[in-house]
Design a protein. Structure first.
Length: 565
């Protein structure tokens, strides 16, 4: 175990938060508190979510910020409807497969993940504004909502433990010449745990957004700074790419698992993976196998292999290339896929199915308000600090989401001008299939772990009656196809029994165990807020009072907090 890993122990426990008023769960306590303050000032779940997003940009800039993308699910308590926003950006119009080929980048020789060509239009700023405009309370202005983050950036804050570790591990990106990365360092170095950090440039950016709205970001000096740093580092983005950006309102997709309706956003995000997996898992008696037994992990892993592989092939920008969503979620296709699973042996293949046959750093957080509205929100730079490119005097880094494009002309997710890439970001919700009542708002951040985390959290609650904190505490596993070794690898978190690891090896899995310390980040970090104790087989009487239950992942710095009314 490395020295850094030895310093991060998992020996404490948490109780779930229970309250009757508003509730916020995020990966940073300062951001969680800011969300609660917005609720207490009369804002609703959407207002508070944007305030939390901005605060996280200040406190956890490695993972999130205005230079990235975001996605949102919003539950309206009045009509019990769920609405979706796709805040992902598009490839520059001047960038193409042909241009990349001329520059020596191909499927066999892809772009470095921090190349300026991997910057897609940052969609977060527009989506924050649209979230407030479409779903907000109308009681607070955008300045009211962003003011706490502005003050936090101007006055400074002590950096939290995990955030400091991530900052330091990726500081080299900010130390590269010609990228303005010094704006996010102290004397050229990453801040240490507990060290005070200020970001006045980001505060000014928030002020521009508050005063001028989308034009304050996608036009004017901020847009010019974005284009300048991209082009000076070999990128192709132009001012017209930024000025033409729009958030897309989308219809969420869903499936029913044992009376629970799970909601995800449609492609270009990977939420469809969760729904495909839950459809498949209904063909197996996973509860009888026992939580995190070798049999349990084997079946879920084999299901995920099929669903992840399908998603990697079919998931793309549906406005450019149609995605067969209905076919992938159909009963007929699910039954065919279920027959491919061997109960005793691990599959070593990575072949996507054919639904037309006949016969992978991020912040996730969630908010509920006293009226029962809920917002499930996720925001990301993709990899730590994204490209590491900082628009001058703006205080944020630009994402490298374009790394998820394929450079194969035959692939549905092939890079093309104005196209959105395959996206890892997926917020989620669950409602009662019969009454449409909200059951929970949840998510697990962390690249390609996200759908796997969603599945495991859903099973923890529906099959094993875990409360929200237990559901995110529970030990996880992660399956990934190594393009280097050309095989599936199964990662098991420290605490999963050695006998289980050995049994999985005997079934043919390439097992990596135990995964400890900071390396546990591979299993993601989740947040969850639940309405009532729906996961219990025997519900407790609460005199018609709605009780919110919330949990925050121990693998991060965050917490859930709430208040009573």
């Amino acid at each position: 175990m490395s020295e850094a890993n030895a310093e991060l122990h998992f020996i404490s426990r948490r109780s779930p938060i229970v309250c009757t008023g508003g509730c916020v769960a995020s990966s940073q306590p300062l951001a969680t508190n800011i969300g609660l303050d917005i609720l207490k000032k009369g804002g609703n779940a959407a207002d508070a979510a944007v305030a939390v997003a901005a605060a996280l940009n200040v406190t956890e800039p490695t993972s999130t910020g205005l230079g990235g993308d975001c996605f949102c699910l919003y539950f309206n308590a009045e009509n019990k409807q769920i609405y979706g926003l796709n805040g992902s950006g598009r490839c520059p119009k001047a960038l193409s497969i042909e241009l990349l080929k001329e520059q020596g980048f191909t499927e066999e020789s892809p772009l470095p993940s921090n190349h300026a060509h991997t910057v897609t239009v940052p969609g977060a700023a527009a989506a924050w504004i649209d979230t407030v405009s479409l779903f907000g309370s109308k009681q607070l202005s955008l300045l009211d909502i962003l003011r706490p983050a502005i003050e936090l950036a101007e006055n400074g804050f002590p950096v939290s433990e995990v955030s400091a570790y991530l900052w330091k591990s990726s500081a080299s990106l900010l130390q590269t010449p010609n990228n303005n990365g010094a704006e996010l360092l102290i004397c050229g170095k990453a801040p240490e745990h507990g060290q005070f950090f200020k970001n006045p440039f980001l505060a000014n950016t928030f002020k521009m957004l508050s005063q001028f709205g989308k034009k304050g970001f996608y036009e004017g000096w901020i847009a010019e700074a974005i284009v300048k740093v991209i082009r000076s580092n070999g990128g192709a983005m132009g001012l017209n790419d930024l000025a033409s950006h729009v958030t897309e309102e989308v219809e969420p997709i869903s499936t029913i698992y044992k009376g629970i309706k799970i909601w995800e956003l449609p492609p270009n995000g990977q939420g469809i993976t969760v729904l495909m997996a839950l459809n498949l898992l209904q063909h197996f008696q996973v509860k009888d196998m026992g939580h995190n037994s070798a049999e349990y992990i084997h079946i879920i892993t084999e299901v995920l292999k099929l669903c992840v592989t399908d998603c990697f092939w079919y998931c793309t920008d549906p406005l450019v290339d149609p995605v067969p969503t209905a076919e992938l979620l159909s009963k007929a296709y699910t039954e065919r896929q279920a027959k491919r699973i061997d109960l005793q042996r691990a599959s070593g293949t990575k072949d996507h199915g054919n639904p037309f046959e006949t016969g992978s750093d991020t912040v996730y957080f969630t908010v509920v308000d006293p009226q029962g509205n809920a917002c499930s929100f996720i925001n990301s730079n993709y990899k730590n600090f994204g490209t590491g490119l900082v628009p001058e005097n703006c205080g944020f880094t630009l994402q490298n989401r374009g790394s998820n494009f394929s450079l194969s002309p035959r692939h549905p997710n092939c890079l093309a001008p104005g196209k959105r890439p395959f996206h890892t970001l997926i917020p989620a919700m669950a409602t009662a299939a019969d009454t449409r009542d909200l059951l929970c708002s949840f998510g697990v951040m962390g690249g390609f772990m996200q759908p796997q985390g969603h599945v495991q959290v859903v099973l923890n609650m529906t099959e094993f009656e875990m409360n929200p904190q237990q559901a995110v505490d529970a030990l996880r596993f992660y399956v990934e196809y190594s393009t280097t070794d050309h095989k599936w690898q199964l990662y098991l978190e420290d605490g999963i029994l050695k006998d289980v690891a050995e049994s999985l090896k005997a079934k043919g899995h390439d097992v990596i165990w135990p995964v400890c310390g900071h390396d546990r980040s591979i299993f993601g970090r989740g947040q969850i807020i639940s309405r009532g104790d729906w996961w219990r087989s025997e519900k407790l009487p609460n005199n018609n009072n709605v009780v919110w239950w919330a949990g925050s992942d121990p693998r991060g710095d965050g917490c859930a907090m709430g208040y009573c009314i």
